[in-house]
Design a protein around this ligand. Structure first.
Ligand code: F1X
Ligand code: MN
Length: 440
């Protein structure tokens, strides 16, 4: 395989219904693999170099030498990516390595610019994990943790604003009609919370200091809004399930908004239990791990803003009483889309099927739900899901890549006229719903 990228890729946009791939030069996938991923690796090396004293303090002297080799390995990975080297096997004995290696074996000489985009990106994050796995002292090190924690601290104004609002609402009696309005408001807050992922903004957090102002300003940017249908599913008194599941995306401000919604669901008795699905390793820079989840709640408990402390205490209690459960299933860091879940993650699929509603957050989840394909945007949502409807689904995502399904016909074309790069700015959003009973 030639490592001159221009001779490998095709200078075209992604054909309709084809898999997204950096192979198509005029695509966001190409831009990501060519520009964004190397930048993320450079940033990771810088972070490690800048924080080496702290790392040694925390992980001991033995980590000092290992840190040098980790930096070397990350730089090597960046070189492989930029020169389009064939992907090699994942080393080590971790159970997911076999799956990756099988995928690599099935596609001979697979490279970053020829594989499906999802595989290329997942592979890069899995390789980063491997680098740390093979050390003695740094196995548990999360090289993006500092960024995730900074992003929470930097969005503190918005966190305080929303926290105060929620606590005030909890102290009032909310009538039946208000519960619906409140739910829909929170749904929109978790949507715009998804604007704040770090892999997209390369470390620059751009959450508004007034989250409610953002709601009004961006209302017309929700290109498909099925909040009403989602409300009907959530408030369905015929449902026998007590669970609402949330497949989380990013730590920081986004996680905070998700937890606000989860608290509201439990407090308003719309669900008895919330299960949160997190990543089992550092993933796509800002994705939530179990550590990030717990850290966020601990930070709130320490806050000198009384409302945040109140929320931190409440959330700890939800966890302690098992009304909130955090799950880090390995399927979420596999390089495959959700249509493979019944086969490759059947226990997880069964778990999701128990829920009254499963909320999927963010752009990466969207890509995995819709099979990483360049669908015609007016493709019906159940067609795009290709059979993956374990339960009723709420799909909440700001649009950050060229993959959209389930729009009314003509909508995509109208927006494109106004804003040609609408699919990659994160300025447009989707709140979509799919009902198992109706479509399957
Ligand atoms: O899933 P998230 O956090 O909303 O977004 C993740 C993201 O920034 O990373 C992916 C590519 O790097 C893109 O699909 C998307 O833009
Ligand atoms: Mn993410």
């Amino acid at each position: 395989m030639c490592d001159c990228i221009d001779e490998t890729v095709m200078d075209i946009t992604t054909p309709r219904n084809a898999f997204l791939s950096a192979f198509y030069k005029r695509s966001f996938a190409y831009y990501t693999v060519k520009e964004r991923l190397p930048k993320i690796l450079t940033q990771a090396v810088d972070l490690l170099a800048r924080n080496k004293d702290k790392v040694v303090e925390e992980y001991g002297l033995g980590a000092k030498e290992e840190l040098k080799s980790v930096i070397g390995e990350i730089s090597k990975l960046k070189y492989e990516l930029q020169t389009n080297k064939p992907m090699r096997n994942i080393m080590g004995t971790a159970p997911d390595a076999d799956h990756y290696n099988l995928c690599i074996a099935k596609q001979s000489n697979i490279t970053y610019f020829t594989s499906v985009w999802l595989f290329a990106e997942c592979y890069m994050y899995r390789r980063i994990k491997e680098i740390f796995e093979l050390t003695q002292h740094l196995q548990a090190y999360d090289l993006f943790r500092i960024l995730k924690q900074e992003s929470f601290t930097n969005s503190y104004t918005a966190v305080v604003e929303l926290g105060k609002y929620l606590v005030t609402r909890f102290n009032e009696t909310i009538n039946e009609n208000d519960i619906k309005d409140e739910f829909i408001k929170l749904l929109k807050l978790i949507l715009w919370g998804n604007k704040c992922d770090l892999s997209f903004s390369a470390g620059v957090v751009e959450s508004s200091s007034d989250p409610f102002l953002l709601l009004t300003e961006l209302e017309s940017n929700i290109v498909k809004d099925q909040s009403e249908e989602i409300w009907l599913a959530v408030s369905d008194s015929n449902s026998t399930s007590q669970f609402i599941d949330i497949v989380l995306d990013n730590a920081g401000y986004e996680l905070f908004t998700d937890l606000c919604l989860a608290d509201f669901l439990v407090t308003s008795k719309l669900a008895q239990k919330i299960r949160f699905y997190v990543k089992g390793m550092p993933w796509f820079v800002s994705d939530v791990t179990k550590f990030d989840f717990d850290w966020t709640i601990q930070e709130m408990k320490k806050s000198d803003v009384p409302e945040l402390k109140t929320l931190g205490d409440r959330w700890s209690k939800h966890l302690k009483e098992k009304n909130w459960i955090v799950v880090d299933h390995k399927f979420f860091t596999m390089p495959i889309d959700y249509s493979y879940m019944p086969k490759e993650g059947s226990d997880l699929y069964k778990q999701l099927a128990e829920a009254k509603l499963v909320i999927f957050k963010g752009d990466l989840n969207y890509r995995k739900l819709f099979g990483e394909k360049n669908w015609e945007p007016s493709t019906p949502i159940d067609v795009g899901l290709q059979g993956f409807v374990p339960s009723k689904l709420a799909i909440v995502r700001t649009i950050k890549c060229q993959l959209v399904c389930g729009l009314d016909s003509g909508v995509a074309e109208t927006i494109a006229q106004k804003s040609p790069d609408w699919e990659v700015t994160g300025m447009y959003g989707l709140i979509q719903f799919c009902d198992k009973i109706k479509t399957y």
